[in-house]
Design a protein around this ligand. Structure first.
Ligand SMILES: [Zn+2]
Length: 739
């Protein structure tokens, strides 16, 4: 349960350039950047002494003169240099806030910003991710130069990054790293051996509740987390899988746009097989896509997967053969190293029955083709250029609309962050997150938790017994700010500087073995599920815990010199969002100890379900495409968190003023600044293909609709004098009030 989609951010895709050219390019870029930064800083200092109007006009003119059309990055940098508080220049004051609050808060930025060619989506989160990635790149470079001792975390960072940048070595190896794996698939003789191969491919690559990643291309996915009923011990959760495209809708939807995507997908599968050394690729691709289509029919929807009551199904290992006949489960679990695991929580029982039956029903040869294609596809980014580019042509261009890959160094940083996130994170936190920043952010969290508690007390519809447990949840909440105190060790993970494929392969196994080794062990409630260099935040319902990584606790979200109104509207609503997940449509099912337990009186639950149903209906009315609406049920948990978070952050902000009238800045009252800062969290440019993918596969609504949350808050109406007849106006009785 995060503040934004993580999968779109995780879009590192390989592209080939010569390594020495890359180093030269970096050198030139850095020289240019340092020179540019020096000149800019000088001009900024001169301008900073002039008055704000002259300052902004001069700055814009100078930036235009220096760089042509300003990039969002330079705009953000200039704002950070000059201005603390809401970004007035990002607004479009010709829009009436009551008609389109998102456009009012962000229209100026949207009009002048060009989506970079290597991005599917670009907004405040991406600007900060750029900053964090640049810092990580610097850390990696320094680490590599320091010649760290063999076996150390620093050595692994340097070796992993270098293995990614060694394009000549990757090309020279060609398909050799794949061969042994393709040979084992070719050697499968019967369904028993197939079950073994499927078991060997299981990885800990899904996460149903924390980072909400429901997708794996393996037949099934494992998530190791505290148990639904026993939240004191790590438990095995199994989730549906088996598709390469992001969701079953891509296989099943009747819309014309989706049919066209399917045609392109079939051609892409054939192209990948050809690059992987196969013949007769069109016929093979047709069979693979047909099998995936059959799997998609067995999948349950994302909206249903988000309903934990449907997910709470404990099966004994020995139950699988009768509950879901078809797959040789004994072989499967033994090969997965789970031959002694007594029980599992099966998230989507219907999909397990259906997929297992398909293992029996579909021809062995088709399954072998499916295995081979999935292997090639899943590792294409770490293989020669031709494979990486073909993968990007479909997943980057067709599914996300992105014309170009990220530069190779960014993709390398993404890999290192994903694999050695804590080793890098430790360095990142030391350098970029001083104790004062941690203390300030912690104080803000405490204020917003206190505001949330007061809101619970003030609820007129909730019974005292329900209120008592709600407050017990807040009392027991663990809030991590900046970074974890319990870093994960990577000493057992072997990294070689000239073996990219092997490094990635070994990481999947290393992580998997780490996860299954702790099944049944006592949980660590203070364990983090995000690294400090991640620009995001997360609620962990089974641990009753929140993580706010260092990288989101910086301008423009959090700026020690900005007015409280802007900080509470920006990072405060993010903090409020994560606290509110504790009480969203999923979170409300967990008690103060992270167990699934109904602590609600029947009438309170009825009221809660009616109110959340009204919010789902409100989002169902939003229509980004003629053939596609927002799914109010699929995005409900996140929308409740946005609404609860906005309300609690507003209260926290008012409380922080101690009854005084907040200062006017840039002509805006404190309340106006608060709401504009919230709206500016969600300003983004997104490609239509990526928007479609988000609507179909993401629990978060697109930014534009998240910005419209304000229409449920009474003080927003008063702040902007919003009247009946304006597009966002809701009659007071139709404003959704939950927390
Ligand atoms: Zn969230």
């Amino acid at each position: 349960m995060t503040i934004l989609c993580v999968t779109i951010l995780r879009s590192a895709r390989p592209k080939s350039t010569c390594y020495s050219c890359f180093l030269l390019a970096i050198l030139i870029f850095r020289l240019w950047r340092d020179l540019y930064a020096g000149v800019t800083e000088f001009i900024m200092k001169v301008i900073a002494r002039s008055n704000p109007v002259v300052r902004n006009a001069t700055l814009t003119a100078l930036l235009l003169a220096l760089v042509g059309v300003p990039s969002a990055r330079t705009q953000e940098a200039s704002q950070q240099e000059m201005h603390h508080g809401i970004a007035v220049t990002n607004m479009d004051r010709s829009v009436r806030p009551g008609d389109d609050f998102y456009g009012y808060a962000n229209g100026g930025w949207i009009q002048r910003t060009k989506l970079p060619g290597d991005r599917a989506v670009y907004g405040v989160f991406s600007v900060l991710a750029d900053v964090a990635d640049k810092r990580v790149a610097d850390l990696i470079e320094e680490t590599a130069k320091s010649n760290p001792r063999a076996g150390s975390g620093a050595r692994k960072i340097a070796d992993l990054y270098n293995s990614y940048m060694d394009e000549a070595g990757i090309e020279a190896k060609g398909l050799a790293p794949l061969r042994p794996h393709l040979d084992s698939i070719a050697a499968i003789h019967d369904k028993r051996e197939l079950a073994r191969a499927l078991g060997e491919s299981l990885r800990a690559d899904v996460d149903a509740l924390n980072n909400t990643n429901f997708h794996t291309s393996n037949l099934f996915g494992l998530w190791v987390a505290p148990g639904f009923s026993d939240s004191e011990h790590y438990t095995a959760y199994l989730l549906q899988g088996g598709l390469e495209m992001p969701d079953r809708e891509y296989y099943l939807s009747d819309s014309e746009a989706m049919k066209q995507i399917r045609e392109k997908y079939k051609a892409h599968v054939a192209a990948m097989l050809k690059l992987g050394g196969f013949t007769d690729t069109e016929a093979r691709a047709a069979r693979i896509v047909e099998l995936e289509h059959a799997i998609a029919e067995k999948h349950i929807s994302l909206a249903d997967s988000e309903d934990i009551h449907k997910a709470n199904n404990t099966w004994k290992r020995t139950d699988f053969a009768t509950q879901a006949p078809g797959l040789d489960w004994e072989q499967y679990f033994r090969a997965a190293g789970l031959g002694r695991q007594p029980t599992f929580i099966v998230w989507q029982p219907a999909a397990f029955k259906g997929e297992s039956a398909l293992v029996a029903a579909m021809p062995l040869e088709t399954w072998k083709e499916w295995l081979a294609y999935h292997l090639i596809e899943d590792y294409a980014r770490f293989l020669p250029k031709a494979l990486a580019e073909e993968r990007f042509a479909f997943y980057g261009k067709v599914l996300s609309g992105t014309p170009e890959m990220l530069p190779r160094w960014r993709r390398g940083v993404g890999l290192v962050n994903g694999v050695l996130g804590d080793d890098v994170g430790r360095l990142y936190a030391q350098r970029y997150f001083p104790p004062e920043a941690k203390a300030q952010a912690e104080a803000m969290v405490a204020n917003i938790v206190a505001a949330f508690r007061k809101r619970i007390d003030a609820l007129t519809w909730m019974n005292p017994s329900t209120k008592a447990e709600a407050k017990a949840k807040l009392d027991a909440l663990y809030v991590g700010v900046g970074y974890t105190d319990h870093w994960r060790e990577s000493s057992a993970y072997e990294v070689k500087p000239d073996d990219l494929f092997g490094n990635v392969w070994r990481y999947g196994l290393f992580d998997y073995h780490y996860q299954i080794a702790r099944l049944g062990a006592k949980i660590d409630r203070k364990e983090w599920s995000m690294t400090p260099q991640t620009v995001n935040a997360v609620n962990l319902p089974l641990q009753n815990a929140l993580n706010f990584p260092a990288a989101i606790l910086q301008p423009p979200f959090f700026d020690a010199q900005a007015p409280a109104a802007a900080n509470y509207g920006a990072i405060g609503t993010v903090i409020g969002h994560e606290i509110s997940h504790t009480f969203d449509s999923e979170g409300a099912a967990f008690d103060s100890k992270g167990r699934v337990r109904n602590w609600w009186t029947p009438e309170d639950l009825k009221h809660f379900e009616d109110a959340t149903g009204a919010l789902a209906a409100q989002y169902d009315t939003y229509k980004p495409f003629p053939d596609l609406s927002i799914n109010g049920k699929q995005t409900l948990g996140e929308n409740i968190a946005d609404l609860g978070g906005l309300a609690a952050a507003y209260d926290g902000y008012r409380a922080s003023q101690g009854g005084k009238t907040p200062p006017v800045q840039d002509g805006f009252s404190g309340d106006q600044q608060f709401f504009i800062a919230f709206g500016q969290n969600w300003g983004e440019k997104i490609r239509p293909e990526a928007l479609r993918q988000q609507v179909l596969t993401d629990p978060h609504a697109p930014g534009e609709y998240r910005g419209a949350t304000v229409r449920n808050i009474d003080s927003w109406y008063a702040s902007f004098d919003v009247k009946s007849g304006e597009k966002l106006y809701l009659d007071p009785k139709n404003r959704v009030r939950i927390w």
